[in-house]
Structure formats: C-alpha cells, structure tokens
Ligand binder design. Structure first.
Ligand SMILES: [Zn+2]
Length: 349
C-alpha cells in the first residue's frame, strides 16, 4: 500500500499531504484494511517523497521503494488492561500485551502513534509541558575535544569528550584498512562498524546531555547554543586542508548532541536558543575587543583579561543568548560590555 502511494505520488507529482490523499485514497479501494491505515500509508509516503525530492536536488538518487513490512497507525489506538489494541476488523482488534515497564511509562502519557514491524513495536507518546519560568541561561560551546558550559550565575563546567575523537579516529583507521573492491561487501562491513561506532559515541553523548539537562532543570536555566549550520562547508575537499585534518574535523558529532539536548530540553519545558557563532571565539567576553591566542589561552590587549579559549567562547554565547532573552540579573560580562572602559591611549602605544 505504501509503495502504491509512493508510485501515485511520483506519477502525479503530488507534494503535499492533502494533494496526495485526494489523489491516492480512492485508488487504495482494493485494500481490505481499516481506512486509518490507508491514511497513515499516505502520510508516510508524503514523508518519503519529501526526503526523496530533497535528496534529488542534491544529486542522483534511486526512486524510493519501501522494503520493510510495517504497520503504522495513529488513529483508533487504545490501551486496555495492559493490552495495546490496534484497529482491525470491527470489534476484533489486534491485541499486543505490554510489559510492566511500558505500561508504567505510558500511564500518564498520550499515545500518538504506533509502528509495528516484523521484530519490534515502537510507540510514540506525548505529554503536555508547561514552559519553566527561567532564572538564567547556560551558554554551551562545543569543541572537538570538549564541551564547555558557562551559566549566568558565573559557574563554568567542562566535559572532556576527547574519547569520542579517539573512538572516531580508531574506526576511521580500521575502515581505511579495508581494500575490498566489491561495493556490496564493503557496504555491509562498513555498516557493521558504523553501528558499533555510533553506539559507543551515543552512549557518551547521552550521559553528557542528561547531566546538562538535569542541572538546567534544577537551577531553572534555559540553554543557549551556537547555530552551527554550514560548518561542514569549512572542511571540504579543495579548501586547502589535509585529508587527515578534514577527516578529524568532519568527525565532529555536533548534530547528534544538538538533537539530544534539544529533545531532552523540550521534554522538560526548557527553551533552547540558537545564536550566531560569529566572533564568539575571537572576541573578549568582557570588553568585546579582539583577542590574541596563545596555546588555547586568549589574551585581551584592551582590558588585560587572560582566559581559556573555550570558557571565553561559552561566556560570549551566553551573553548573546541573554540579549535574546533577558532573564534575571545580568552577568558581570554583560555589565562591563554595556559600559566599556576604553583606554584610548593604549591603542596608540
Ligand atoms: Zn577585553
């Protein structure tokens, strides 16, 4: 049914859910299933087609075809006495018993949709979240080897993520050693190592993001992050950088951490603010003057500040976030920034 929807979508060039439903729904008459599954198949096909069109704009891709069997439903779901009921024939629902743990989690949530495949069942659930009254913000600066946090009460915290860089470089070296020419074999082996690598990295990142969100929740802090869109463009072939350097910089798992922090923050009702990263590293977090760098320590010629590079960046990000969303008492850096004490003579010396 899903593949029929995809075919109809490609033939009629339907892009929106509404157009595809109007065009495909009647053609799905032959399927003897409750109409809710037809609607879900159309909705899923719209998503697949959207991704296909986006990929097509970037390069050559194959036409989509869904191979895995799956049953998706977001209508007519019920949980009764620890059994999940999916619509099937009238008064004869499909019954799936849920274990104690799942029942407990779902007890005060709204079940939104269910996906059933040959070997697993995924349940998407939602809850109403009231946005927390903020007392301050946390600025987060992500670097290749660490994550630095600065919050508006002046506390600085750092997570060492060098082991992620190490895991990534190890797997890169292992994968580079394969010289199989058969693309099918290579794909399978690379896929296996990819999963292993991802699991290891995600485990570390989950620990970090959990810690950040717990801390933010207790102290009622919003989260400020850099908008790093387009950063991969900086490390492309032809930019005059070495192959190994590019590999290292592109192994930076910033998107994964961003996603984790964002969804965990939303779940707790904490806002996430994105700011432009421009100048956050190179400007002084006290006076805004340009800094000179020496061994990851930044020095300000103007106000005499000597500060760690990452702490300075985290503070700058925090200050940018406070400008967006002023909460509580302004930070020391902000006060100084509002009334810069410039010494005009020092410029001429
Ligand atoms: Zn300064």
């Amino acid at each position: 049914m899903l593949n029929d929807c995809i075919r109809i979508g490609l033939e009629t060039n339907a892009t929106s859910l509404k157009t595809l439903s109007l065009k495909a729904y009647k053609q799905l008459k032959g399927y003897e299933v409750p109409s809710c599954y037809k609607l879900c198949a159309i909705s899923r096909a719209t998503g697949i087609l959207r991704n296909y069109r986006r990929a097509k704009r970037k390069g050559k891709v194959k036409e989509p075809y869904a191979k895995r069997l799956q049953l998706i439903s977001c209508y007519g779901l019920k949980i009764k006495d620890g059994v999940l009921l999916l619509p099937f024939k009238s008064k004869q629902p499909i019954q799936i018993p849920l274990n104690q743990h799942t029942q407990q989690i779902l007890s005060n949530m709204t079940v939104r949709s269910v996906t059933l495949t040959a070997d697993h069942l995924s349940i998407a659930y939602a809850k109403e979240v009231a946005e927390i009254q903020l007392k301050g913000l946390i600025g987060i600066d992500r670097n290749l080897d660490n994550l630095t946090l600065a919050n508006s009460s002046g506390r600085v915290e750092r997570f060492n993520l060098a082991n992620i860089t190490e895991i990534k470089s190890k797997y890169r070296a292992v994968k580079a050693r394969f010289t199989r020419n058969d693309v099918r074999v290579r794909k399978r082996i690379f896929g296996k190592y990819g999963v292993k690598e991802r699991n290891k990295v995600q485990h570390i990142l989950h620990n970090v993001s959990k810690h950040i969100i717990e801390d933010a929740k207790v102290n009622q802090l919003g989260i400020v992050r850099e908008n790093l869109k387009g950063i991969r463009k900086l490390y492309r072939r032809g930019n005059g950088q070495g192959r190994f350097y590019r590999g290292r910089m592109n192994s930076w798992s910033l998107h994964e951490l961003q996603q984790q922090i964002e969804y965990k923050a939303k779940w707790e009702g904490l806002p996430v603010i994105y700011v432009k990263p421009h100048g956050t590293t190179s400007k002084c977090s006290i006076c805004g003057h340009r800094l000179s760098e020496e061994n990851r320590t930044m020095k300000c010629q103007n106000c005499g500040l000597t500060i760690d590079r990452d702490v300075n960046a985290a503070r700058n990000i925090l200050a940018l976030g406070l400008r967006f969303r002023p909460v509580a008492q302004p930070l020391e850096a902000m006060v100084a920034e509002l009334q810069p004490e410039r010494n005009p003579q020092s410029r001429w010396l």
